[in-house]
Design a protein around this ligand. Structure first.
Ligand code: HEM
Length: 377
């Protein structure tokens, strides 16, 4: 099977696979393209595991776990349930509402830097610094360490899809350990040291691992959502104009952008035992590659799935995943995107985007977005 490279658009290929080979097995990997099959796998954590370190063998897994605690993203229940119970309150829609003013302040200040320019790179001036500054603020990273924080974030983003960058993670762990020891501020790290569920508390390595995950899972994903949305809007000025007078419509634009240009195109699981998916044999330890980006364009669910239509009836998608690992940061990502689009459309009457070159695409099998997008205003 010829999997498109990151430079190629994958959507035609997905369509072909949905129609001809919706469950495709090659070597020890099973590739899934249909929404229903993908949702079924994501819902069945007992059969399909996220605990990838177990595949390395007990000794190596234990050694690695000692260096950097496994995050919720690569844990199965019961460890996942315990971790998620402890951190989920901090990211609920109610818990992140108080950040709205701060997010707006950061957004406005970034927009002020570009609004008198004739052209600028959206990624480096807006869509990348916005989520990094927001999460740095939530975690309580002091201003003096913001550059260090940005460097880690960039390094971790490029490591996604290529295995963990253990050195960066260890450097960050040491930083967060110090923060836990010294911290007396009103921030997430401080709150994470205090939360307890059924008498259980997060350990220091677990707090560090969670803080690292927030950077890995939250920054580049949100950056890509913002960039992808503006690229789409540059081609649909009538939608952009409508957004200016109708803030509610902005929410529909965000949901449709998540469906249409999903920042996370795929995720993986592995089979804990032999089973089958619609009659296709799955052997123990086979990997299951789940194309969320294809599920979100499945013609069984959506009318004219290849059209960008914020007014579509079915607004549901699985861009944030499904089941127990459903994105913890979804309310924050939605809030940041809404504020960004409100402020951008409120300040910039018209804009164009220079169609990015294939080389400007992010070199990654998982992430869908661009390293650079030149906007002219
Ligand atoms: C548009 C932006 C985002 C997208 C598209 C996105 C997408 C996803 C997806 C698809 C998953 C599930 C992966 C799987 O099941 O294998 C996930 C999990 C997760 N995301 Fe996001 N994410 C975004 C933003 C954020 C933000 C802003 C944060 C936090 C600041 C965040 C934190 C997490 C965490 C902690 C998990 C793991 C949850 C668990 O394992 O229980 N994400 N995200």
């Amino acid at each position: 099977m010829n999997i498109p490279t990151y430079r190629e658009e994958p959507f035609e290929w997905y369509k072909k696979m949905r129609n001809k080979n919706p469950i495709y097995k090659e070597g020890n990997v099973i590739y899934l393209f249909k929404n229903k099959d993908i949702v079924n796998v994501l819902s069945d954590y007992k059969t399909y595991s996220s605990q990838f370190r177990d595949l390395l063998g007990l000794e190596t897994a234990q050694k690695l776990n000692k260096m950097v605690s496994p995050s919720i993203l690569i844990s199965d229940p019961p460890a996942h349930t315990d971790l998620r119970d402890l951190v989920s309150n901090a990211f609920s829609p109610n818990a992140i509402m108080p950040y709205e003013d701060k997010i707006r302040e950061i957004t406005v200040s970034l927009i002020n830097n570009i609004k008198n320019k004739r052209s600028f790179d959206l990624v480096s001036s807006l869509s990348s610094p916005l989520p990094i500054n927001v999460i740095a603020d939530i975690l309580g990273i002091p201003i003096k360490d913001k550059d260090l924080f940005k460097k880690w974030s960039d390094r971790l983003a490029t490591s996604l899809g290529r295995g963990p960058d253990i050195n960066t993670q260890m450097e960050m762990s040491r930083y967060f350990y110090r923060m836990v020891d010294n911290d007396d501020g009103n921030n997430l790290i401080k709150r994470l040291t205090e939360v307890a569920v059924d008498g259980k508390k997060l350990t220091k390595p677990e707090i560090a691992s969670f803080a690292i995950l927030l950077l890995v899972a939250g920054n580049e994903t949100t950056t890509n959502l913002l960039t992808n949305t503006l690229l789409i809007l540059s081609k649909r000025p009538e939608i952009y104009d409508r957004m200016k007078n109708d803030n509610k419509f902005i929410n529909s634009v965000v949901e449709e952008a998540l469906r249409f240009a999903s920042p996370v195109q795929s995720t993986r699981r592995y089979a804990k035992n032999s089973t089958d998916i619609n009659g296709v044999d799955v052997n123990k330890n086979n990997f299951i590659q789940l194309y969320l980006g294809s599920a979100n364009r499945d013609e069984d669910l959506y009318e004219e799935p290849e059209e960008f239509n914020p007014d579509r009836k079915n607004k549901r998608h699985i861009a944030f995943g499904n089941g127990i690992h459903f994105c913890l940061g979804a309310p924050l990502a939605r809030l940041e995107s809404r504020i960004f689009l409100e402020e951008f459309s409120g300040n910039i009457d018209k804009f164009n985007a220079i169609e990015p070159a294939p080389d400007d695409k992010i070199d990654n099998d998982i992430m869908y977005g661009y390293n650079k997008l030149i906007i002219t205003i």
